[in-house]
Structures are given as C-alpha cells and as structure tokens.
Design a binder for this molecule. Structure first.
Ligand SMILES: Cc1ncc(COP(=O)(O)O)c(C=O)c1O
Length: 393
C-alpha cells in the first residue's frame, strides 16, 4: 500500500483532451511576453505555420485561430457554405451532433446520417444518402468521434467521393485524429480539416487549426454565411504578411512552434505509431483484466473501456482521480456511467501510461467491478511497459 500510494503521488492527466503538456511546451509558455508586431514573433509565426502545413500533410496554408476546436469547426462551415445549402452530416456521437447543430444554426439544411454509437459509418450508407439527395454540397464527419472512441474510414470515404461525387466538399473534424491517424490531407483530397491544440499538439486549449483545399477556397469565394472573427480569407492574407488577423496568441504560438518539432515528417509518423500502440495495448490490458472495449472501430487517440452492467461507472472515474490521481473521462448521454475513456494523445511517458493502466485495474478492483487480483495488475503493467519500450517510436 505504501508503495502504491507513492506510485500515485504524481498527478496524471490521461483524458482525450486536455492532455499533459510537453516539458518544452511548459518552458515556452513561461517565457516573458513579446509583442506580436516584432520581427522576432513574425519569424516564429512564419515557421510555425510552415510546420503546421507539414503536420497536416498539405501544401496549402493552415490557419491558426485563437479559439477552441469548436471555433475551427464553425469557421469551416461559415467560410465555405451559405444559408440554405444542403449538407450530409455523419452523426455518431456528441461531436457529430455538435457540428450538425452548428450548421443548422447558420441556416444550412442538414441531413443527418445517424450511425449507432460505437460504430463506424459505412461508405454504402453515405452512397445511399447522396443518391437520395442530389443537392448535397458538403459531407461533414469526425475522423475520430471522441465521445465513443470510434474511428471512421476517412480514406475509404475520400476515395469514394473522389470517384463518384468530386463536387462534394469533404470536411473532416480531425480534432482528435491528427497525431493518431494518418491523414494526408492533399493526397486524400480532404477539403476542410480542423484540429485543436489541446490534443496531439501537447498544448493547452486555446488554438485551433483549419486547412482548406483549392476546391474549398473556390467555395469560400461564393459562400454567403455571415462571418466576422472567423474570416479565413482575411486570416490567410494576414498570415502572408506574417501576422494574424486579430491579436496573436503569442504564448500559445511560441509553444506550438516547439511542439510541432515532434509532429512533422518522420516524427509525426512515429507519434501516430506510438499513439496507436498505446491504444492497442490498452485494449489488450483491459480485456486481460476482464473489462470490455466499447467501440467496434476502436480509435488510436482514445479507448472507451466498457464497464459491466450496473458497475458504478461515475464513482469509479471519481475514485481514480481521488485515490490514484489519474484523470480519465466518463461517458456522456447514453454512455453516462457505462464507459471510461482513456486518452492516448499528448505527452505520455511510458511510466505515466503504465500507471494509468494500473490505476484503472486497481480502481476497478477497489469498487469490485472486477475480482481482486494484484498479480494480474502487475502482469498487464509489465506487458504494457515492454510493449512501449520495445518500439523505438
Ligand atoms: C472530435 C472532437 N470534435 C470537437 C471537439 C471540440 O473541441 P473544443 O472543446 O476544443 O471546442 C472535441 C473536443 O474534445 C473533439 O474531440
């Protein structure tokens, strides 16, 4: 017990966002303030935006907004669409619901393609919906629906649209997908892609990112939604002058500059590989402990651990935080109390990952969700450590 309590003295944030900050990010956040109209900041902004494009695997400019991820989602809609436009929205969880609602607020006619929670959308279902309605201008979807820890087949959808509906704008909420899924934006023809700083970028919440393809920029030229703060052509023009449209989030952008060194080129692929390895290892560890995995298309960014019926799910989440100082998230709506969501994004040293696995196992034993067996906890923790250490990713 003494050993255990020492092991869990350190606080560990293993939510699917916000995430643990990279130590270099913490250092950057603590630097004295500089003005954004200085050659020093202009150089930082220019190189950071360059790295952001590499991270998105696009030759296009990626705009960096001072806003939560939902701001980038809103910017995607209002800059490319007009009131009355018909769109097809994949709704397979809370974030799909949010984007569809947002589009309704801006006057778009939203056709929701409901997918059972925990399942990936089928390309055939998209094909049927597009056949039924020839006026669909855009398809909006999450790449990873964080509320159910489920990935959608973005590559397959992109190939289908390219072949059969090249005029439809393909808009992807990749807020928890960048760093966890390979999403080569240009190669796959993803027209609008959004992400957020408090996920794989190892930063606090506060910045969000949006890329537009040439097709999306052409749509932007005729889009009639009202917009003021989220005006992407103004943002792009300001960026060309090494400025942001409004006051720059200097502190966050400086931190992003260092974080992006881990998320470009080979480092991005290594991050994706390690993130997916953590997800796979978590799934195996949980099954070994006697727990189940909720999603039928499990994500790399986050794992939803399904608890047995009648297990005190909310109490268990609180118990992990109080007794083991580990924050994971519970479920929302129909999943309230039924799942725990462990995030694999952000700065997660191997020891923090193993401690998270141990804490979930120990907490589940404390609350009699699974039978007590401390040897089993040691076993899954050792398995997790050897898996992560045996990869040089
Ligand atoms: C897939 C997805 N979309 C959208 C959001 C909303 O992002 P934010 O809370 O930064 O507005 C989140 C946040 O967790 C998310 O995971």
């Amino acid at each position: 017990m003494m050993f255990q309590s020492r092991r869990f003295l350190k606080y560990r944030l293993l939510a699917p966002g916000p995430v643990q900050l990279h130590p270099k990010v913490q250092e950057a956040l603590a630097l004295p303030m500089i003005h954004h109209r200085t050659p020093e900041f202009e150089a930082i902004l220019e190189r950071t935006l360059g790295k952001l494009s590499i991270c998105f695997q696009t030759r296009e400019q990626v705009m960096c907004l001072a806003a939560a991820g939902s701001g980038a989602m809103e910017s995607a809609l209002v800059n490319t669409l007009s009131p009355g436009d018909e769109i097809l929205a994949i709704v397979s969880g809370k974030f799909g619901e949010r984007w569809a609602k947002m589009a309704q607020v801006f006057g778009m006619k939203v056709h929701a393609l409901h997918v059972p929670w925990g399942e990936a959308v089928q390309v055939e279902a998209i094909s049927d919906a597009l056949k039924r309605n020839g006026k669909i201008k855009a398809l909006i979807t999450q790449a990873c629906e964080t509320s159910t820890a489920t990935e959608h087949p973005i590559y397959e959808i992109s190939q289908f649209l390219k072949a059969s509906y090249p005029e439809v704008l393909f808009m992807v909420d990749a807020i928890t997908a960048i760093g966890a899924m390979n999403l080569p934006v240009d190669e796959w023809g993803l027209d609008v892609v959004v992400s957020g700083s408090q996920k794989a970028f190892m930063l606090p919440a506060g910045l969000s990112f949006v890329s537009l393809s040439q097709k999306a920029w052409a749509a932007e030229a005729t889009a009639r939604c009202p917009r003021y703060y989220f005006n992407l052509s103004q943002e792009r023009d300001a960026n060309a002058k090494k400025q942001t449209y409004f006051s720059s989030a200097v502190t966050h952008i400086r931190a992003l500059d260092v974080a992006l060194d881990d998320l470009v080129g080979i480092s991005l692929q290594n991050t994706i590989r390690r993130t997916r390895l953590m997800a796979k290892t978590t799934r195996e560890a949980m099954v070994t402990l006697g727990l189940a995995i909720y999603s039928k298309s499990p994500a790399g960014a986050v794992t939803a651990i399904e608890l047995p019926k009648n297990a005190p799910g909310e109490q268990l989440r609180d118990h992990l935080e109080k007794e083991y100082r580990v924050t994971v998230m519970g479920g929302q709506d129909q999943l309230k109390g039924r799942i725990l969501r462990m995030g694999h994004l952000g700065y997660i040293p191997t020891d923090d990952f193993c401690a998270g696995i141990e804490a979930i196992g120990l907490g589940a034993m404390d609350l009699k969700v699974i039978p007590e067996d401390h040897r089993l906890i040691e076993q899954v923790s050792e398995m997790a450590r050897s898996r992560l250490e045996s990869t040089n990713a």
